[in-house]
Design a protein. Structure first.
Length: 183
């Protein structure tokens, strides 16, 4: 079985992206998972959905725990599906600030892996005092929580999720300070 995790599909605006709906519809062994944790902002509800062939859905229904999704989460999920304005607002916010962060952090001289989701990968030099770990220590001391990526074999990078305007601006000014540059 091929499982396509399309947790960030709603953020992607490129027309060469296919989240998997077509592949599921034309295959017997492909499923696609989606979550309410990302663009809908409902991570604490533990709610998601899966699209797959009937025989796989049937097998899952037989092994899943009873009442594995609670009624308030279902109600919130239904409301979220009807709230297209929220999704559109979140997508527009992400599009604007992803581009801004990519450009501003790039201008500081750090390499950024291009992203179409709501997070980005920032690469740091191995120079003592300028490493990802050093940057993370300063960012954390300012209340900015990025993700260290040693577990993904990327010890020289940090993952940044697109945040509020205030948080985004603070990340850039803190990184500028860290590198001894003006933002
Ligand atoms: C690729 C990916 N899939 C799924 C999830 C989480 O989804 P859920 O909160 O529904 O378990 C995340 C977020 O942490 C993720 O990054």
């Amino acid at each position: 079985v091929l499982v396509l995790d399309a947790a960030y599909a709603e953020y992607v605006r490129r027309n060469d992206y296919e989240s998997g709906i077509e592949l599921v519809a034309t295959s017997e062994n492909v499923v696609m998972c989606r979550t309410f944790s990302k663009i809908h902002g409902l991570a604490a509800l533990r709610l998601g959905w899966m699209y797959g062939p009937a025989h796989i859905v049937d097998a899952l229904n037989r092994i899943r725990g009873p009442f594995n999704v609670n009624a308030p989460a279902i109600a919130a999920g239904v409301a979220a599906m009807g709230d297209g304005a929220h999704v559109e607002r979140s997508r527009a916010h992400n599009e604007r600030w992803l581009a801004w962060l990519t450009e501003e952090i790039g201008k500081l001289g750090l390499e950024v892996t291009p992203s179409v989701g709501n997070f980005m990968l920032i690469h740091f030099p191995e120079t003592k005092g300028k490493t990802a770990k050093d940057a993370n220590a300063l960012l954390t001391s300012r209340g900015l929580i990025l993700r260290q990526l040693d577990a993904y074999q990327l010890p020289n990078a940090l993952r940044l999720s697109i945040g509020s305007e205030e948080a985004n601006r603070l990340v850039v000014s803190t990184l500028a300070e860290f590198l001894g540059k003006s933002a």
